[in-house]
Structures are given as C-alpha cells and as structure tokens.
Design a protein around this ligand. Sequence first.
Ligand code: F6R
Length: 352
Amino acid sequence: GKSGYDHYMLKEIHEQPTAVRQCLHERVTELERRIDVEALEMLSVPTQVQFVACGTSYHAALYGVRLLRDRGVPATAFLASEYDAGSTPVGDETLVVGVTQSGETADTMGALRGANSAGATTIAVTNVVGSSAARECDHVMYVRAGPEIGVAATKTFVSQQIALVLLASELTGEYDDDLAAALRDLPGQLQTVLDDSSAREIATEYRGADAYFFIGRGYNAPVSLEGALKMKEITYKHAEGFAAGELKHGPLALVTDRTPVFALVTGGSNPTKTIGNVKEVETRGAPIVAVTDGSADAGRHADHVLEIPATHPAIAPVLGNVQLQLVSYWVANELGRSIDKPRNLAKSVTVE
Ligand code: F6R
C-alpha cells in the first residue's frame, strides 16, 4: 500500500534515505578504506566505458560519465535507441554499462546485445533481480532500491546515482575519504531535505507557469535534465533542462516572467558561472528558484531558495534532485494530475 501517502510517487520519494542505505550496505568500509561491489571485483580498469540507457536512467548515465572522467577513465553515455555497436568503436577493452531500472527496456536490451556481439564486456546496473538485462550481461550490479510502483522513476534514480559512484570507485580502485564520509551522511541529509523542503509552497506559487526551466553545470547538468523530465511526465507542462552555459545559445529566447527558472548552484560545480547565467534570466524577469548549498551566495539572486546541506561536490546533485522531485510532485498535485500513472506512459517500455 501507500503507507498513508496520497501517491506511490510521494511514498517512494520519502523512501530514498532507505534506498540509499540499501545500495551502500556492506559496499563501503570506511575503516579499511575500501569500496567493494561484489559483482565487479574481477574487472580491471577499462580503456573506455560506454553507458547505454533511456530516459531517467540516461540521466544517471550522464552523471556516471562525469564520475569516470573525473577519475581519468574515458567515458561516454549513449541513448540506447541511438547506440550502434557497429559504428561505435567497441572492443574487448570496452566496458559497456547498461543502466536500466526495470532491466526490461527494449532499447537498452538491443544496445546490450549489440555490445555483447561486438565483444565488449557488459554490466547491467539494474533494480530487478533476474531481469533480462541481468541475464544478458557478463556482470550485474543491483541498485537495491526496492520495488517502485509510480511510473515516474524517483528512488531508482537516486539508487542508480549511488550505484554509479560505487562502480566508478570500484573500477578505478580509488578511495576518497571525503566521498565515503559524504555517502555515510547522505541518508540523514536526504531526510533533512524531505523534512524541511519548501517545495510545496513554491509549487503552489508557480503552478500556473507557462513553462519551467532547469539549469546546472558539471555534476548538476544531468539533474537539470532529470528535473525537466519529471516535470513533463507528471504535470504535462512544458519543461526543459539545460547545461547552464547553453542557455544563452538559444533557449534564453523562451524565458519570460511566466517561466520560472530552477538553478542548481552548488560547490564544486562552478557556482559563480551558474550565477552569471542566473543573472541573464533575472534581467528577463523570470522568477528564479535557487537549489543551493549557499554557494556563490545564490540566494541573493533568487526569489526562492530550496536549501540542501553542504556535501561533497559529486553528491550535491543527489540532494538537489530530491528538491526538484518534490516541486514536480506538488505542481502535479495542485493540477490534479494522475501522478502514479501519467497519460501515455508505461512503467516498463518493452517496445523499440
Ligand atoms: C522516467 C522514466 C523513464 C525510464 C526509462 C528507462 O521517470 O521512468 O524515462 O527511466 O523508460 O527505464 P528503465 O530504467 O527501466 O530502463
């Protein structure tokens, strides 16, 4: 059941501290300074990593790309429907990671089959034990989010993000004390965000907006895409996410005083530059909501602030994303949408 929540989506948003704890369980040992993902122990550092995924899982893959590049491993994310192992250089030194919550997405399965035939080593990062992706791949890492009923992916996305942090660390054998501490503190910080968020008031104020825009740089860029996707899916309103620097290359023409802009401004992800972009939309009269840990004094340029606790730069977008999930949820709720089963969408997309 929904345990007293009006929708599965809200219940699942609130289950994220637990989902993260489950994903981390017995995989990080701070005392021994080790990260162990049982399924990946045998792998050596790959010469390149290619992610294949769709939708929300693709946004997790984009986040994974950055984690690997930060550790010196060349990495690319492909939309699974666009992946063609025939025209993409793949060899036995290539690691192909399929990120798929359900493990059944037809496009992702097609890409993984192609990668396997081309001789790549494959890993499924999935939530469903024994799923098609788990069976197709050489290795499988479970994200351990628990069952997700709402069509909009929420806790599985957070679990994918954390799984990819662990995967990047395991593959490169890098242990970072600050990152491990941030992971340890994350469930508590997620709870703080859930308890203190002012997303509902902001959603009420902006429920009549023409469109919603989301911007962020670096580690925050994939979350700006995810914020927009969630908004589209459950509110049926126009929403777009951009890497903050792209705004002035076209999308700025859409910005008016009826298009709130949500800016993710956190430490380590070029906050000062993102504030520069915030000023660009400020002069067009757009309402600004800063999702911020206080970096670059973002609150000073914003009409509203959605606060997140200070953490490691790579973990900040995990917290910021939860604020955006809540905004979308409450806008959809205000508009009386069918939140758990949005029109035209299915939980698992088994056609190409
Ligand atoms: C968004 C959503 C979809 C899925 C996509 C991939 O909320 O649920 O975009 O993320 O269909 O699904 P999986 O991860 O099962 O491969």
